[in-house]
Design a protein around this ligand. Structure first.
Ligand code: ZN
Length: 166
């Protein structure tokens, strides 16, 4: 049975370190791979601003931090493209937050407001919302449209990450 941990191990080697981008200040932190599991306990802090590297909740993506999390980070980024006027998006928000608690620190989850950040939404040719896109080192590896419950988000994202790593 594959767990999120297995996904991470198959995606990378056991040794070395990973670049984790701070949710608060977007600084790239180098985290020893062996310590990544401990990040889920909230013990890992940013070397610059001392905020936790993982908060077990989706981060807010903007033009200022999107590329840092999408491209610089070694942690795959799952983006929820949403908008305040979108009923299904608002309904899915608690499910996406619950998925963040399960998928961190193996994935980073972020929300992108397609109204406030329309240039990024246009870059990914978002036609309907909610749409979720999984990115790794800046490359889109999977996309799905429509609201999903938390369990479905978790299993879809884990499967997509594992396939991309294979
Ligand atoms: Zn920081």
């Amino acid at each position: 049975m594959a767990s999120a941990g297995d996904t991470t191990r198959s995606a990378t080697t056991q040794t070395g370190s990973l670049i984790v981008v701070c949710p608060a200040c977007a600084t790239a932190n180098r985290v020893p791979r062996a310590k990544l599991a401990a990040q889920s306990a909230g013990s890992g802090k940013c070397g610059k601003c001392a905020q936790p590297l993982f908060r077990h909740e989706p981060i807010v993506l903007t033009g200022a931090n999107f590329d840092r999390h999408a491209t610089t980070s070694d942690i795959p980024l799952l983006v929820d493209f949403w908008a305040g006027w979108c009923g299904p998006c608002r309904q899915m928000a608690p499910a996406f937050a619950a998925a963040a608690r399960q998928l961190e620190p193996h994935l980073r989850l972020g929300k992108l407001d397609t109204e406030a950040e329309s240039a990024i939404a246009a870059r990914f040719a978002i036609r309907s919302i909610p749409t979720m896109i999984l990115l790794r080192k800046g490359r889109e590896i999977a996309r799905t449209a429509g609201a999903m419950p938390a369990g479905a988000i978790v299993s879809w994202a884990q499967k997509a990450a594992a396939q991309a790593a294979a």
